[in-house]
Design a protein around this ligand. Structure first.
Ligand code: NAD
Ligand code: MN
Length: 819
């Protein structure tokens, strides 16, 4: 085609990027081996796998196929380097991260071409988006390595981390995983996706070049069933960071349950793209292009559900069809194409299958009139209209360039439709009315909300899901905690579990030295007269029931459970809660959702009020502790005092745990808001019947959650005595619900419940494992103690930001500005 022809037709001429440098780099290195200890090591299996160019279907090169023996070797390498790397000063680690960022920039073009060849994504995107974001991620985290000692005191790296990444943003996902991990002093074994290993191998070469200490980063290519599963099961791996499908994420949750491995999961999505009738429709059209046709739609946070206000739907659809007609699908290395190749033939077939199903289910399909190239794996931009919200294509993640459109009438309907999904990764909202957009943003259950923009990413702003899109964040300060644990936990792990009883009962344990009838001991000076009036009248029975929806409720079972003192004498009875009671409590908790949207000032006032009402009955609460535990009165008094202080702490935090405003490289701001998680199930520790109960309940409700609490199984009366405190403190009904009974059985019901958003469990190792296992159903967040003790009286262990982080999830709202 001559320039003249092009001029005549006003058609695009080809603008190819040369692949020669990348191809000769591949040729010089093949076959690629495993990267362990900064060396290229032959795989134990002796086997190699093809890596394919999806735009041609042709083999690019061969990479090693690792197996579990190689995983052992790599984890051993990472383990032996960990002590040294984690003790390396932050400034030194910062220099290494900085060097990685610089080296990536120096080889940016090679990376961009390799990524386009291996994945099929367009060079325009790899060059302008993937690779710059990769470099930015290393720069940003070089900063956190530098600041770790001053900004994250009391935290330590977790150890060797196993990282498993998908094929849709191969190098970017590598950066999101590796940069925070090594910045915080961890060492890494990373598995790239089967289809897209090549940029990770070029990255390994850079690791060698900059002289990163051997063993800090190890990269193993191979099959999921070999490398992935072995990493997940390896006892030497202390954390798994995974990005991929929800099904695999769920299986990893189950496999790691009870192991004590930290886990973060970035999973699938079906994100809404909401258009109000006052939106700028030409911007909306370009937004849709970026939302669902960017990266061939193979984007976990793709705006794959177009929700349009009914009165503009036809106009927008017409504009979209016109724009689709002009999109160009083809050679990823052509700088003038919009949509490249689908990553593999299997993925292409899956897209074709779902599109066929959409047609069968009665939706109307729209595609451009032109045809896609036939060698390689291509699929045209596709729009479905007349889609019913319950149909497969409206619910299932297609992971291709396929958009499904639905309509709404009112903002309330838009929110309902947007949240009508099991996922919660992202959303975008289009309206020229910023008041409306900012009102909608908090109502959408998603980790990222983009206002009048979409698919924006930056290292400063955390990314991650709600609900079945997974848990944990990558990027931002919040992302660092995924690679850290409290220092006290690390120190404590060195002790034997026998310290458990000591911490649990306190030093002043005195069950053996003559408890009086009400349990109080007599040798304490500050002890008031302990004798009860011993009149002739029988005491009026006071059997606490369950506490549900602000009222005392009889247990469904009709049974009571006996409570004994430390000497084994019956001191009371509480309700025997069961599955039905938990269901009622969860329902009541859901109805209390107004609690989260109320003011923080109001929530703080109520926590102070609870402290006030508790303090009036300090003596009575202390005696109750003595009675149940046999501890000394002074010790019990101390627990009540600590409880009052704890309520004050969270009343204080309520209007101070506030999030931040990020300034990523755009004209605008990102509002990082810690939001309540929703309904949290809480199983309390047996020790410290009052303090343990309040230490968990208070941060959860302070942050706006509603809770269903199972109090200490052996000493539940301190919690049931609080009913009146709650009733007199203006706590709205349903915010706190209490179900007494068998801790592990009730925890199991809570952990399995699909309307419970998070589950905290402080009990045995076995119970912790069962909670983590059961949580996989709706991928609820869990916080368990693996049977390990916690010093509840100690303010470092018993309160603070660890509890607040567990009570919240960060939502990042992107607000660009300017005309
Ligand atoms: P996948 O879950 O099959 O694979 C992801 C990675 O996990 C790959 O490296 C794979 O080899 C490995 N893997 C697979 N089975 C494993 C197992 N049993 N144990 C250990 N590792 C295993 O997903 P995919 O097909 O590679 O990627 C597409 C999916 O990933 C989509 O559903 C998309 O939603 C999701 N995704 C999510 C995000 C996010 O940030 N949330 C980003 C990209 C992709
Ligand atoms: Mn490939």
């Amino acid at each position: 085609m001559s320039v003249m022809d092009i001029f005549e037709t006003m058609d695009y001429g080809p603008a190819p990027e040369a692949a020669s440098t990348a191809l000769s780099w591949l040729k010089a290195h093949q076959p690629f081996n495993l990267f362990i200890n900064n060396q290229w090591v032959k795989p134990t299996s002796g086997q190699y796998l093809d890596s394919i160019n999806p735009a041609t279907g042709k083999v690019l090169t061969q990479v090693a196929s690792a197996n579990s023996a190689d995983v052992d070797t790599a984890v051993a390498a990472a383990s032996s380097t960990f002590a040294q790397w984690s003790a390396t000063p932050g400034h030194v680690r910062a220099r290494y991260l900085y060097a990685l960022a610089r080296q990536i920039q120096k080889h940016a073009r090679l990376f961009a071409v390799l990524e386009a060849l291996d994945n099929g994504k367009s060079i325009r995107e790899t060059r302008d988006l993937d690779i710059p974001l990769v470099a930015r991620h290393f720069y940003y985290h070089a900063g956190w390595a530098q600041l770790m000692a001053s900004e994250l005191p009391g935290y330590e790296p977790v150890g060797v981390v196993g990282q498993i990444i998908p094929w849709n943003f191969p190098l970017l996902m590598l950066a999101w995983k590796i940069a925070p991990a090594i910045a915080m002093g961890n060492t890494v074994v990373l598995k790239p996706a089967r289809y897209t290993p090549l940029t990770a191998l070029k990255f390994a070469e850079i690791v060698q070049e900059i002289g990163l200490p051997p063993g800090v980063i190890n990269i193993l290519t191979g099959e999921a069933s070999q490398v992935g599963e072995a990493l997940v099961r390896h006892p030497g791996v202390k954390k798994i960071a995974f990005t991929g499908s929800t099904d695999v994420g769920r299986s990893i949750r189950r496999t790691t349950a009870g192991s004590g491995k930290k886990l973060s999961l970035e999973l699938g999505g079906k994100s809404p793209f909401i258009v109000f009738d006052d939106a700028d429709l030409d911007s909306v059209v370009e937004g849709v292009v970026d939302a669902i046709w960017f990266n061939q739609g193979q984007v976990c946070c793709a705006g794959s559900r177009l929700l349009v206000q009914e009165n503009i739907a036809d106009r927008l659809h017409a504009k979209l069809l016109a724009r689709m007609e002009r999109l160009r699908v083809g050679d990823p290395l052509d700088k003038a194409i919009d949509i490249g190749a689908i990553v593999s033939s299997a993925q292409l077939q899956e897209i074709q299958r779902l599109v066929a199903q959409g047609i069968e289910e009665g939706a109307q399909v729209w595609q451009p009139s032109w045809a896609c190239p036939t060698d390689g794996y291509f699929f045209p931009p596709t729009l479905f209209t007349n889609v019913s919200p319950a149909s497969t294509i409206a619910q299932v993640e297609i992971f291709g360039p396929v958009l499904v459109a639905m309509t709404f009438r009112t903002p309330t309907e838009a929110v309902e439709l947007a949240n009508n999904t099991r996922y919660g990764l992202a959303a975008s909202i289009w309206s020229e009315n910023i008041n409306l957009a900012l009102d909608i943003a908090p109502k959408i259950k998603a980790g990222s909300v983009w206002i009048n923009c979409t698919n924006m990413f930056d290292a400063s702003s955390g990314f991650g899901g709600y609900r079945e899109s997974g848990f944990g964040r990558e990027g931002g300060k919040e992302g660092l905690y995924e690679y850290l644990r409290p220092a006290w936990e690390v120190e404590q792990a060195a002790f034997s579990t026998s310290t458990f009883t000591e911490i649990a009962t306190g030093e002043e344990h005195s069950s053996s030295n003559g408890a009086s009838e009400n349990g109080a001991t007599h040798e304490e000076n500050d002890e008031p007269d302990a004798s009860f009036p011993s009149g002739t009248l029988p005491a009026i029975d006071r059997t606490p029931k369950l506490f549900i929806a602000g009222k005392q409720a009889r247990p469904d079972s009709g049974y009571s459970r006996s409570v004994f003192d430390s000497a084994g004498r019956l001191i009371g009875e509480v309700g025997e809660g069961n599955r039905k009671d938990i269901r009622n409590a969860v329902e009541a908790a859901h109805k209390a959702s107004g609690w989260a949207s109320g003011t923080t000032h109001n929530r703080a006032q109520i926590l102070y009020y609870m402290a006030e009402n508790l303090s009036v009955r300090e003596d009575e609460f202390a005696r109750r502790i003595v009675q149940q535990t046999g501890r000394s009165y002074a010790d019990a008094r101390n627990e009540v005092q600590a409880t009052l202080s704890r309520l004050f702490s969270y009343a204080a935090w309520t209007d101070k745990y506030e999030g931040s405003v990020h300034r990523p490289p755009l004209r605008g701001v990102v509002l990082a808001l810690p939001e309540a998680i929703g309904v949290i199930g809480i199983a309390c520790p047996d020790e410290y019947p009052l303090l343990g109960f309040i230490s968990l309940l208070a941060p959860a409700i302070a942050m706006g959650n509603a809770v269903v609490v199972v109090p200490s199984q052996v000493a539940p009366l301190s919690a049931t005595d609080c009913y009146q405190v709650f009733e007199t403190s203006d706590l709205p009904s349903g915010v706190v619900n209490i179900v007494t009974g068998e801790r592990d059985a009730l925890s199991q019901v809570l952990a399995e419940h699909d309307d419970v958003d998070a589950m905290w469990y402080f009990g045995t190792a076995d119970g912790s494992q069962r909670v983590e296992l059961a949580s996989a159903g709706n991928m609820k967040r869990t916080w368990v103690n693996y049977g390990r003790p916690r010093a509840w009286l100690d303010t470092q262990q018993g309160e603070g930001q660890e509890f607040l982080r567990a009570s919240t999830q960060v939502k990042n709202i992107w607000v660009p500005y300017g005309e």
